[in-house]
Design a protein around this ligand. Structure first.
Ligand code: ADP
Length: 406
């Protein structure tokens, strides 16, 4: 399986041998090659074609290129699937057109994904290409959590609702957290905290996502590297009226110049840690705002789930920052959450528990692996009994949502 994550300015790829992989969780997959082509110029088209050709060239040099007979399928990360694509789908012209129609919902992301798919299809026509959507895992969120309290006709006319993102990671991590506890995912309630440059939380009840912090776009929710996360929507009108900023300027402010970067000038948690150790006040305040938001979400999602079995930290910050994990869970003994300081400080690359033996809720660090999950889902689709039958509409093979699904 070749996995392609074609973004606006980079193309990342991984080639995975799934022959010996466990179909349920991908364990046993072998990573044959990986790489990234960065600094792709503005806009899709020739630049993505050039990047994909370089990827193909690098793979060819190792005898693993697009023409090699062992290559069975390509799995593409696609950011926005809207309400139409709620599971992985074999890419046809019609599916590609459907992904194009979603560009207004994800103008920063879907065009790069589409360019990658288009070029990849040209490199070896006939090779199955599968789209795996960042929104898909969140399609089971019940209507009362997915809808904003907006005028319904307006919301429906313009597709305004919570879609959620990072779904591939939330799916993988919630399942791996259950495995770490030695339990069936169907029995485990989990809060997943995906803390990378972008950051999102999800509440997963028995393997089914019931709430997530990102919304119509990846801007809502937690404090992120450069995104504000939650704020009063009237901030936008206020900035337009009082500061005279137009829509694009506010969009850039909230997405690119806010979050940790806007608060203290750094968006890398390592640098913020260094500055805090030197007594830097702005860095300290940025850290405290970041963890305060996290704690609010842990509390809120505990209420949403009723019973929490595990809180799983993942992605760059979640996997590496003991300080964030410690601060985000401090004082939550009332919720049955106790982190063990010694376990929490240990570094490692494997899934592990950092909670105290007496903690009612397990607290875990679970390294995410979105590429492996995309490869697993792609493999499942192209080797499944019904491969080739699915067109892309409807939640055919998903577990039944508990409530009405979007
Ligand atoms: P992306 O969302 O771009 O995939 P990652 O999941 O790779 O991001 O996370 C990137 C972030 O992880 C960096 O911006 C940095 O803040 C954080 N990070 C990486 N390593 C460490 C570390 N050792 N300690 C604290 N934070 C770290």
């Amino acid at each position: 399986m070749l996995v392609i994550n074609s973004g606006s300015s980079s193309v990342k790829y991984q080639l995975l041998d799934m022959a010996e992989a466990d179909p349920a969780d991908g364990r046993g997959a072998v990573r044959l090659a990986s790489g990234v082509v960065e600094r792709i110029g503005e806009g899709p088209g020739a630049d993505h074609a050039e990047a994909l050709r370089r990827v193909a060239g690098e793979l060819d040099a190792e005898g693993l290129g697009p023409d090699s007979p062992g290559l069975a399928a390509v799995g593409h990360r696609v950011v926005h699937g809207g309400t139409r694509f709620t599971e992985p789908v074999l890419i046809t012209d019609e599916v590609l057109a459907g992904i194009e129609e979603l560009v207004p919902l994800a103008p920063l992301h879907n065009p790069g994904n589409i360019a990658g798919i288009t070029v990849s299809r040209e490199l070896r026509p006939g090779l199955p290409q599968v789209a795996v959507f960042d929104t898909a895992f969140h399609a089971t969120i019940p209507e009362h959590a997915a809808r904003y309290a907006l005028d319904t006709a307006t919301a429906d006319a313009y597709g305004v609702r919570r879609y959620g993102f990072h779904g591939t990671s939330h799916a993988y991590v919630s399942r791996a957290a259950a495995a770490l506890l030695g339990r069936d995912p169907a029995e485990v309630n989990a809060i997943v905290l995906h803390l990378g440059n972008g950051a999102s939380a999800s509440a997963v009840a028995g393997g089914i996502c019931v709430e997530t912090s990102m919304g119509l776009t990846p801007l809502e929710g937690l404090v992120m590297g450069t995104r504000s996360g939650d704020l009063d929507p009237a901030v936008v009108f206020h900035l337009a009226r009082v500061a005279g900023l137009d829509t694009d300027a506010i969009d850039t402010l909230l997405n690119k110049r806010s979050g940790l970067l806007g608060l203290c000038g750094d968006n890398d948690m390592r640098e913020i840690g260094r500055r805090m150790a030197e007594g830097d006040h702005a860095a300290r305040l940025a850290f405290e705002i970041y963890v305060h938001r996290l704690r609010k979400y842990v509390g809120a999602y505990t209420a949403v789930l009723g019973r929490v079995d595990v809180i799983a930290f993942t992605a760059g910050v979640g996997e590496n920052s003991a300080a964030v994990r410690e601060a985000a869970t401090r004082g939550l003994e009332v919720l049955g959450i106790e982190v063990d300081p010694v376990r929490n400080a240990l570094r490692g690359s494997a899934p592990r528990l950092v909670s105290a033996g007496s903690s009612r809720v397990a607290v875990a660090v679970i390294p995410t692996d979105e590429e492996l999950e995309i490869a697993r889902q792609t493999f499942e689709l192209v080797t499944g009994a019904d491969a080739g039958q699915r067109g892309g509409d409807g939640p055919a093979a998903r577990p039944a949502p508990r409530q009405e699904s979007p």
